[in-house]
Ligand binder design. Structure first.
Ligand SMILES: Cc1cc2nc3c(=O)[nH]c(=O)nc-3n(C[C@H](O)[C@H](O)[C@H](O)COP(=O)(O)OP(=O)(O)OC[C@H]3O[C@@H](n4cnc5c(N)ncnc54)[C@H](O)[C@@H]3O)c2cc1C
Length: 351
């Protein structure tokens, strides 16, 4: 592939870069992805949960009704293209862990916009009490889960990509026709670098508030149903019915990928507070979620260097948000469809 001319070179093969590459390729663009091919990245270790009601305060996920059908259709189409399965509709159970949560739900849970997300009628009990402490109750919702690592791997086998760590100062040269990237020439070079975008010299103004997250992989020593369980932490199924992922923590100080012993203790303590099944920890990993202020991803072009693009900030909801954002950005690049102002990276530049 050396010396080829491309329409778009994408830097980063995480959820953002991969999903943008598929959309652009579908629109007839010649795409190359450059990626460092690290074993651990935010996307590679993510649990891929897609949940309509989230967080301590049990709020409705932003534009869920708009984003979910786009995500479902997109992942299903890539499953067909790659003959692999990685998108699963799931039931997610939220168990209350305090009086406050029960009271909060009693107020908001009856609203139609919440009721429409719930699995009803809820079978009683919500969950086998031998599995977990369910005394305060909870609710079951329609959710989904992307096997992110499988999606990335299946995509890597089809999309053109090159293992390389791009040095934006040494490898990139902007010229009249586009951008030279090493031996390659492209019309547009897009940063989909996740948290590493904080070191991108062209986008150094972006207000990242990234957060490291630790995640455990465990084997349960009794049968556990393939559903997602939330109670302060979450338990998420994998393709192996005995193996589950458990997470996660938020650390805004130590933005590295070293698994943290205190974070593991915290996850295990919160698991044992309510889950009764013995387990063995098989693996412990950590990575940094690329979060930008307002917890939104941003897309668009550099205001002065219009050959440089940006798609970062997927935060904790990359699996749900990536396909909708990628569609917007692809339509902008290929058809000049204006970007929605609220997610246009242009508004983050201080002038
Ligand atoms: C523990 C944990 C659990 C999570 N669980 C969920 C979940 O359940 N549901 C959910 O939706 N989201 C979850 N997330 C968040 C989700 O992982 C992120 O939204 C998503 O991974 C962000 O993807 P990205 O492509 O922006 O960044 P990344 O995944 O970081 O990808 C960036 C890629 O760019 C490459 N790269 C960077 N710089 C360069 C360069 N200069 N040259 C070449 N390559 C480069 C990197 O190697 C990497 O492959 C979780 C995250 C963590 C850490």
């Amino acid at each position: 592939m050396a010396g080829t001319t491309w329409d778009v070179i994408i830097v980063g093969q995480g959820l953002a870069g991969t999903t943008l590459a598929w959309h652009l390729q579908e629109a007839g663009q010649r795409i190359l992805i450059i990626d460092t091919n690290e074993a651990v990245t935010s996307s590679k270790i993510a649990a891929g949960l897609i949940t309509p009601i989230t967080g301590m305060r049990m709020v409705l996920s932003w534009r869920y009704d708009e984003f979910l059908p786009v995500a479902r259709n997109f992942y299903r189409s890539i499953e067909r293209r790659t003959s692999q399965l990685f998108f699963n509709e799931r039931t997610a159970i939220r168990l209350f862990k305090s009086d406050d949560e029960q009271e909060n739900w009693a107020k908001r849970g009856q609203r139609p916009e919440y009721q429409s997300r719930l699995v009803v009628p809820v079978s009683a009990p919500l969950l086998d009490p031998d599995l977990a402490e369910t005394e305060r109750g909870g609710f079951a919702m329609h959710a989904a889960q992307l096997d992110v690592a499988a999606y990335l791997e299946a995509s890597r086998a089809v999309l053109a990509w090159e293992p390389m760590k791009l040095d934006w100062l040494k490898d990139v040269s902007i010229n009249a026709n586009g951008v030279s990237v090493g031996n390659h020439q492209t019309r547009l070079l897009v940063s989909c670098e996740g948290h590493a975008a904080t070191t991108n010299p062209y986008f150094s103004q972006m207000p990242f508030i990234a957060a490291k997250g630790d995640i455990l992989t465990v084997r349960f020593h009794a049968s556990v149903p393939s559903l997602c369980l939330h109670r302060g932490i979450w338990i998420a199924p994998t393709a192996d019915p005995e193996i589950f992922r458990i997470g996660s923590t938020y650390d805004w100080e130590n933005l590295d990928q070293a698994p943290n012993a205190a974070a593991r203790d915290d996850i295990e303590r919160r698991l044992k507070e309510f889950f009764r099944i013995p387990y063995t920890v098989l693996d412990h990993k950590a990575a940094v979620r690329p979060i930008i202020k307002e917890s939104k991803a941003y897309i668009g072009l550099h205001p002065e260097h219009g050959r440089l693009g940006f798609f970062n900030g997927l935060g904790s909801k990359g699996s749900l948000h990536a396909p909708w954002y990628a569609q917007q950005f692809s339509d902008f690049i290929v058809h000049q469809t204006p970007l929605p102002d609220e997610i246009n990276v242009d508004r983050l530049f201080v002038r």
